[in-house]
Design a protein around this ligand. Sequence first.
Ligand code: ADP
Ligand code: MG
Length: 748
Amino acid sequence: MRGCTCKFLNLHKLNFDIIMATIRFKALEALMTRQAVPVEQPLKKTSEYFAENVFDKRKMKEFLSKEAFETVNDAVENGTRIPRRIADQVSSGMKAWALSKGVTHYTHWFHPLTGATAEKHDAFFEPTTSDGVIESFDGGRLVQQEPDASSFPNGGLRNTFEARGYTAWDPSSPAFIFDLTLCIPTIFVSYTGEALDYKSPLLKSLALLNDAAVDVCQMFDKNVTKVHATLGWEQEYFLVDSALYMARPDLMLTGRTLMGHASAKDQQLEDHYFGTIPTRASAFMRDFEIEAYKLGIPIKTRHNEVAPNQFECAPVYEEANLAVDHNMLLMDVMRKVAKRHNFKVLFHEKPFKGVNGSGKHNNFSMATNTGVNLLSPGKNPKSNMQFLTFMVNTIKAVHENADLLRASIASSGNEHRLGGSEAPPAIVSVFIGDYLTKVLDEIETRVSEKKMSPDEKTELKLDIGRIPEILLDNTDRNRTSPFAFTGNRFEFRAVGSNANCASPMTFLTLAVADQLKKFKTEVDVKVETGIKRDEAIFQVLKDYIISSKPIRFDGNGYGQEWTAEAEKRGLSNVKETVKALKAFVSDETKSLCARHKIFTERELVARHEIKVEHYTKKLQIESRVLGDLATNHIIPTVYKYQNQLIENVRGLKQVLDSKDFDQIAGIQLQTIKEISGRIALIKIKDKNMIEARKKANAVEDIYEKARLYFEEVKPYLSEIRYHIDHLELIVDNEIWPLPKYRELLFAR
Ligand code: ADP
Ligand code: MG
């Protein structure tokens, strides 16, 4: 047998077996000497440097004329257009600010449908015939750029002869400096005007929600002239040491481990959640938070999550569009800062089998220009009626659009998570807690279709007036619900950690807006027939409470009983991504989106196509990587171990008499047989997996191809893994080539 693991350091003595182990052991060795990277804490208070890299109102005031400042402000507040003349002024102000901070380049920063953000940097400098080189950036370049759209996912929305796409300035999200580049948030559309990104439909939905919600608010308070959606996301992630990460090709190429036997200890002692943050992780957090603060991202919370090496951060909520940008930006910041700390951040929804995956809870509410949170109970019957109106309409919207909301969070990564008994199930339901259930029950039983007596009305209003403010602390914490009311907001918990929040927020705000518009119409119709407005509101709410009842569920979302019960209630339970995505192109979605001009049918079809193809490609990559690892890493290692065993048995045969040999070598022979059996199965399954891939690849139709990948390729991923994970338990630890789960999850 070979000596201790440190033998690999003696490079000249290395034999092949040991080289096999070096990557893993070298990575582990690197870890032994890791120190927390000291954070260069600015000696200032956060408030002194918060948003210093953002072209916010304060900088606009400093660098823009009064006219330009007011025009941009009006565009942000009211969505008015910015004339070209003013855009010229703004660009020159932005340039002056950026140059004063040593910035050399600018870029339009956008969210194509790749899932990442995109940027193409251009230098400010411009050669001129007379003055040599000058710094230049005019309104034209601020307002619009023309990146080639053909290399971004476009779902057939561009033909090669119109490959251009446009990025167009979104003044509602302020420009910022990142890595000495001035980044200008933009939307991205095709030459023919179709959305090629996440942001343009989001902005449309948010404007629609504003319209619809203001109209409804006006029933209660004439001072409301603006409503914006609020979003507070909670971002979960794993940290893995970069050396171990490099030794795991599956993590590098797919973002998740495709093999790895469970660690003897992982999260069963529940000792990680909210525990003391490990030193290196905490240094990393402080470092990225400082970067985030400079960018105006108001990170407020950090803590350990349930799984080992899993963490969470959350900002104070913001206007939804800005919050979406901030989430994408923060993910970038985290990736970059992690490098300094020798970490890799894993945003994949399920990097490790058997321990919790990561989500990105989207806390959603609506806020008025009068400073009211529309999902927060108020102090008197009137404000509580408004609260109930928005709450019940949101529940109704989720009920009516459950499939679309499910589609909005569907991805190959999230497929591992939803329904996996650690995240919400794939069944969309709404949790509101005991207290509000009672309130809704009251409305259901007390409000009648006939005219109510003044006494009845007073009583009802009194009851509603009693909805306590302390509700916030009283709402039970049901962790199994995908859409939970948590006192002053709804928390959409089924969103994947890697997702762009724009997708769920677009469809959620669209659904709520559509619902609010219907509500307003129904109330108005009743009022026209002579019913008092308050009573009309109660009657419509009562109808909604009854009709949306099936979506309300406060019990255990992980239980088998819920699956059966949900089916009885007619709720969908779509676990498969490709099936879930179909809701994007259902007749209901097409008509909803057309009604409000959020997506044309062509755009929906394109988006659906992009998502389906993305799913297929992810599976294709995973399947290739697994085949590669099995063939080139695992099987050769296992053969070596098997040869050792065979050698050993041969030796035993020489030294033992035949009776003792049968007894003593028997167990080893069994192991040799088991190894042979598993290797054979891995090889056969790998071959079959390749065949299945070939068959799927030959299919033109992308939906059929995705189906084949899901039904015929995907099962091999777990079947092959099953045998590899068992071999990991048998083979000599010293030659196992890939960092093991215990190392990935506990090495710090
Ligand atoms: P928990 O883990 O208890 O859900 P966190 O503090 O981790 O709570 O996250 C709660 C998130 O909800 C924060 O981002 C917070 O700003 C956000 N939030 C609070 N109120 C609202 C609101 N009215 N609208 C949107 N988000 C909100
Ligand atoms: Mg939460």
